[in-house]
Design a protein around this ligand. Structure first.
Ligand code: ADP
Ligand code: MG
Ligand code: MG
Length: 890
């Protein structure tokens, strides 16, 4: 097995093996772009190392062979005393995990070779600065020394010199600092800083392997749903130096604006600096356009390379580069992260440029991004006091109390507060706090700073580099340009689309995309740089492509109409429980429950009948011409009765007054009788229909009479009747007989021929298993995946999410709650079986799903694969389901 690939051997499609960074370094090398030579150790090697604790046996030899070749090519040897080759050892997994894993620069420097580097470069300060960086980075990431110790020593050295900039430290200062750093390493680890270059390299490689399992990396993977068993590759790359003086520097760039998608020059540059300095926000960077003035030749070359890359990858790329004494080097590229708005705009721009077709454009956007675009934004408001402005790093409108550290962000948000995490700059240790916060505000750093990159990845609002805000994390204060001091807990509003920061709470407006779906915004309206047009084009394409129909879960005419505007092709789930609520209706339900003879029962039912019929008339009107699946009463009856404690108190008080209320007494008895230890598995659904005579019959009559009335008025009502919680075909047959009798009666009395389909929910494991039998009595199935998930796993959704799900997610038992995304292997397998068995019995069986999963992107793909006819979800999720159903069909 081959564990090491030279950059000349790989290509961009080998991300599984070489990681994203390695695969793209190889791709750029093969495109003839200036990449410093090097090689990549595969993720396979990492996996073996993490499993067994040692390198695969052949790895050492293989690395030696590649190192030899590299040394040949470069004409110098790793750490050679008089003319050293230096390398970086860089992490790089299949999916980009910015800053989550380790990278060590300047490997190969030692007490001996630093002298060689002085001679080689003719720059003493540079050589010692590089060595100082090595001891610091190696000490921290490889040897596990607390990074603060180095920072403090560096601050001390600057202080002694009377400066705050590391650029003011001269060669002698840095040389002395190296001694101090080496002392720290020796004191903290009990051994001297390793002087053997190959040992340095091997230890750094192991450290990168280990960093795959670091806390930060694990947390990030859970957030981003990246599997835990992929491992990271390691890239060994010959060093080029941006810290050789003013004609050198380092930068990051995007081929287009990652927050809006606009074409142009976007990036940050820092002269006389090494890699990490730009992203860490240590010094303030220059906008990339300034590079044109500093070094026109390199700038032009960079622009040409960016063009090449964008055409080659047919997508927005981000880039890390270094200029060494006027020579440009490419250190990294990848298809860049972007905001949701940019994703839609860029996809459509690329279609217009002829680089991709609409199918591919559709694959470049996601339902998750679309739902981000449906969040509200700030209303322009004269009242709001702007207190600062930074870069629009990641869009959204976030309002919250300011906190100055990650710990407080997590603590406050756990107790229900909305918080804005305010930092000078963030680093990977702030990840918890960034997750907990509504938004992130920093006073330093560009659009490519850690805060910006991570926030965009998470879809979280972020304003960064708001320089006129003075952030003092120690005193927990933020001071504005005009001297206003804000304390922890003060409320601010941050606008990630404009970069503006406001004092207090600013009112919010609905998103333009929502207005477009609502029909209040014309599809051609030019708002937010063509965002609405882009959404319109991709939604239309998705609609043309998808095989799954999309329906809504809507209980009333208002929700139904909204769903229709959002593109619903019917109602997949109309719950009827609200038809039993409200003062007057509740009373009748009480009568129904208390009735001990047919006459009382019928009286209660006949009072409810016209009320329900009225509800259906409105609903059928709103949904004219589209199917409306009405689920008969599902929840346990006691939900309609007064609370047991309240009622007991009332009865007790009345007794004490010697004025007992007969009705309350009977109610209390009924409440006691109906009380269940586990109502979810109790008297509900079809069981109610079978135990309370006439209940389902009344509901079906209301549906049928409403439909007949609409039909007589010339309309096109299309109700379907759905029976919940069926476990066996016998239950369904009994209900079916009653329904058919009622339908026949209504047809007779109204003279209208009604074609009302009767079907069932499949939401119990037994129903799924015996779906073949159930299909004998059902004309359609609708998978109730909420209850099915509860009953298949034996989880009570109302309890487990709060009690042990966090622990389960942390332990990796599942990557995402099975209530959020369908559990393909368990619940999904039952769905699949039921689909096949049901269709075997009844080939024209209609199949849908009406659980929360119907609006979840990943689950929509599953439902497409198993061949359902439609998904049904809440009105607001409909655009997401349409988009994902389109993507699933490509
Ligand atoms: P990350 O995955 O966190 O971005 P990288 O491996 O890209 O880590 O390294 C971080 C930075 O270190 C790079 O952006 C680059 O500027 C610098 N760097 C890495 N390798 C080299 C090299 N061979 N020569 C010069 N700079 C390098
Ligand atoms: Mg990088
Ligand atoms: Mg259910």
């Amino acid at each position: 097995q081959k564990f090491v690939y030279s950059f000349t051997e790989g290509n961009k499609d080998l991300k599984d093996l070489l990681g994203g960074k390695g695969a793209n370094l190889a791709e750029m090398t093969n495109l003839g772009l200036p990449v410093p030579p090097g090689f990549t150790i595969t993720t396979e090697a990492c996996k073996v190392f993490l499993e067994t604790g040692t390198e695969p046996t052949s790895l050492h030899e293989e690395i030696s062979a590649h190192l030899d070749a590299l040394e040949q090519e470069m004409g110098k040897q790793l750490g050679q005393a008089d003319n050293p080759l230096l390398v970086s050892v860089r992490s790089g997994a299949k999916f980009s995990m910015p800053g989550m894993m380790d990278t060590v620069l300047n490997i190969g420097l030692s007490d001996a070779s630093v002298v060689g580097l002085v001679a080689q470069s003719g720059n003493e300060r540079f050589a010692w600065d590089s060595y100082r960086r090595l001891v610091q980075m190696f000490g921290k990431t490889v040897l596990g020394v607390d990074g603060e110790l180095f920072e403090e020593a560096l601050d001390e050295a600057k202080h002694a010199k009377g400066t705050t900039s590391d650029l003011d430290l001269d060669a002698a200062d840095l040389k002395q600092l190296v001694e101090v750093f080496k002392g720290i390493v020796e004191r903290e680890t009990g051994r001297a800083f390793p002087q053997d270059p190959r040992e340095q390299m091997d230890l750094a490689i192991h450290a990168v392997f280990h960093s795959w399992n670091g806390d930060r990396a694990r947390l990030y993977r859970r957030q981003e749903r990246i599997p835990n068993d992929l491992g990271t590759a390691v890239n060994v790359c010959s060093m080029v130096f941006g810290n050789l003086g003013e004609d050198s520097g380092t930068g990051v760039a995007f081929t287009r604006d990652p927050s809006t998608g606009a074409q142009g020059v976007y990036g940050d540059y820092l002269s006389n600096a090494q890699g990490e300095d730009v992203v860490a926000g240590i010094r303030n960077t220059l906008p990339l356009s300034e590079l044109e003035k500093l070094d026109k030749k390199s700038y032009d070359e960079l622009m040409a390379i960016m063009q090449t890359l964008e055409t080659h990858y047919r997508d927005l790329c981000d880039i890390e580069f270094t200029i060494e004494r006027g020579k440009l080097w490419m250190l990294q590229t990848r298809v860049g992260k972007r905001t949701a708005a940019a994703a839609f705009r860029i996809a459509v721009q690329l279609v217009d440029q002829g680089l991709i077709d609409l199918d591919e454009a559709l694959m470049r956007v996601t339902g998750g991004q679309l739902s981000q675009l449906m969040f509200p934004r700030f209303a322009p408001n004269a009242e709001s006091k702007q207190i600062g402005r930074g870069l629009a790093a990641s869009p959204g409108a976030a309002i919250g109390k300011i906190v100055f550290d990650s710990y407080t962000a997590v603590k406050w948000s756990r107790s229900g507060e909305k918080v804005i995490l305010v930092r000078r700059e963030t680093n990977p240790d702030d990840l918890d706090g960034m997750i907990a916060a509504e938004g992130i505000l920093t006073s330093r750093g560009g659009k490519t700073s850690h805060a910006a990159v991570v926030a965009r990845g998470m879809g979280k609002t972020c304003v960064c580099g708001a320089e006129e805000l003075e952030v003092d994390t120690k005193r927990r204060r933020m001071t504005t340009a005009d001297g206003l001091e804000l304390e922890e807990g003060d409320v601010v509003s941050i606008d990630g689309a404009t970069g503006k920061v406001y004092l207090g709470e600013v009112p919010v407006l609905p998103s333009a995309v929502v207005e477009y779906f609502e029909g209040t915004l014309h599809a051609g309206a030019d708002v937010q740089g063509g965002l609405v047009q882009a959404v319109h084009r991709l939604m239309s394409h998705a609609d043309g492509r998808r095989r799954l129909a999309v329906r809504a879960n809507a209980d009333n005419a208002e929700d139904g109409s909204r769903a229709r505007r959002y593109g619903a092709q019917g109602i997949g789930l109309c719950r009827t429980e609200h038809m039993f609520l409200g003062e007057e209706r509740r009373k009748e339900v009480e009568h129904l429950i208390l009735a001990d003879n047919d006459k009382d029962r019928e009286a209660a039912l006949s009072t409810l009948l016209p009320l329900q019929k009225g509800d259906f008339l409105e609903l059928f009107q709103a949904m004219d011409g589209l199917p409306v699946t009405v689920r008969l009463l599902d929840p346990p009856l006691h939900e309609f009765l007064p609370d047991i404690t309240e009622l007991s108190v009332r009865v007790a008080l009345a007794e004490a007054r010697k004025d007992p209320n007969e009705n309350d007494l009977r109610l209390l008895q009924a409440v006691h009788k109906l009380h269940e230890q586990n109502p979810m598995l109790g008297l509900r659904g079809v069981r109610l229909g079978l135990v309370i005579p006439g209940l389902f019959g009344m509901q079906v009559r209301a549906i049928a009479e409403a439909a007949a009335e609409r039909k007589l008025a010339g309309a096109d009502p299309r109700p379907e009747v759905m029976i919940p919680l069926v476990g066996t075909v016998q239950e369904l047959e009994l209900v079916r007989d009653e329904c058919e009798r009622v339908l026949a009666e209504v047809a007779q009395s109204t003279g209208v021929q009604l074609d009302i389909k009767l079907g069932t929910m499949i939401e119990l494991p037994r129903a799924a298993v015996t779906a073949g039998q159930i299909a004998e009595a059902a004309e359609f199935f609708s998978f109730g995946t909420n209850d099915l998930t509860q009953t298949v796993w034996g989880f009570s959704r109302d309890d487990v999410e709060a009690s042990f799900f966090t622990a389960y997610l942390e332990k990796g038992i599942f990557g995402v709650s099975p209530f959020e995304t369908i559990d393909r292997d368990g619940v999904g397998a039952l769905v699949k079986h039921a689909v096949q068995a049901g269709r075997a019995t009844r080939p024209d069986l209609k199949l849908g799903v009406c659980g929360e999963h119907g609006g979840d992107p990943e689950s929509v793909h599953f439902f497409h694969e198993v061949g359902l006819d439609y998904v049904s979800c809440s009105p607001f999720r409909i655009p997401v389901a349409r988009l994902e159903a389109g993507r699933a069909a490509i």
